[in-house]
Design a protein around this ligand. Sequence first.
Ligand SMILES: NC(=O)c1ccc[n+]([C@@H]2O[C@H](COP(=O)([O-])OP(=O)(O)OC[C@H]3O[C@@H](n4cnc5c(N)ncnc54)[C@H](OP(=O)(O)O)[C@@H]3O)[C@@H](O)[C@H]2O)c1
Length: 284
Amino acid sequence: MSKTVVITGGTGGIGLHTAIGIARTGARVLVTGRRPDAGAEAVARIQAESGNEDVAFVQGDVSTKAGVAALSDALLAKTDRIDVLVNNAGLMAQERQVNEDGFELDFAVNVVAPYLLTLQLQPALAAAAPSRVLMVTGGKASGPFDPTDLQSEQGFVPLVSYTRTKRACEAMSLALAAELEPARIYLSIVYPGRASTAMTRAMTPRSLPWFLRPAWPVFRILIPTEDGGKSAARASQSSVFAATSETVEGKAGVYIDTNQQVAKLHPTVHDPANQAKVLDAIRG
Ligand SMILES: NC(=O)c1ccc[n+]([C@@H]2O[C@H](COP(=O)([O-])OP(=O)(O)OC[C@H]3O[C@@H](n4cnc5c(N)ncnc54)[C@H](OP(=O)(O)O)[C@@H]3O)[C@@H](O)[C@H]2O)c1
């Protein structure tokens, strides 16, 4: 039986290239996103570039609890087995916004959504066990985690606030990995590395802390404005590796870096007290 792989945010950026890479292995691929037109385009492109026809789009917005629940219902209506769930959809908001659940929007998309979606899809992941869950992280690689002000109430700087939610995602993921392991659902954390995508192209000097703004021209060189998907394709390799490689088979809480190597997260992410703070914030 061919594997079923779900990729959130699989209609653009790094997620689209992850979907192409995984579809090439012959798996059935379900990509999610908010926009049906982008979904249809992505399905056609994934099919054309992979030679695999077994690709479909499932519409859903993961920025609210209700949206995550509706997406998990729509996915479970399509499949009762999920071999790999790639929690790839992410957000770097350019101003502070709060969703209908009262969560700051980066925290909602980068932390609450992957946590809830994984739990809600657990029956399908358990049915395919041994199965895998990937959590796509970002910001400074293996950076330290300070769990005070998780939702940037004391000040919002896009890159700083985004990075904090990605560290929170890592801490949440390690706690969740331990919870899922007895069911043979193995969770890995994946760092793609920099890519030119809708997310990074939306950045401006104001995305950076004030003291880094003079260095904006250097940032712009590091993340080119448009490269035809070249950097996104390269960045997708970590997720493709974590979804398919024997290296992570049967291992919980593994961290895969941008070079597809098993690496270490910062000790503050492993701190159970920090993990508990994130879980408390998610559960309200
Ligand atoms: N780009 C980088 O340099 C970089 C570096 C490190 C880590 N990352 C991480 O890699 C992942 C992918 O990033 P990316 O740069 O490829 O992002 P991107 O280009 O902004 O992602 C686009 C994808 O996410 C979907 N999406 C966005 N918001 C959504 C929402 N609220 N609900 C459902 N789907 C949503 C989009 O489809 P719709 O617009 O149709 O919804 C599209 O499929 C993220 O987790 C990001 O944090 C990126």
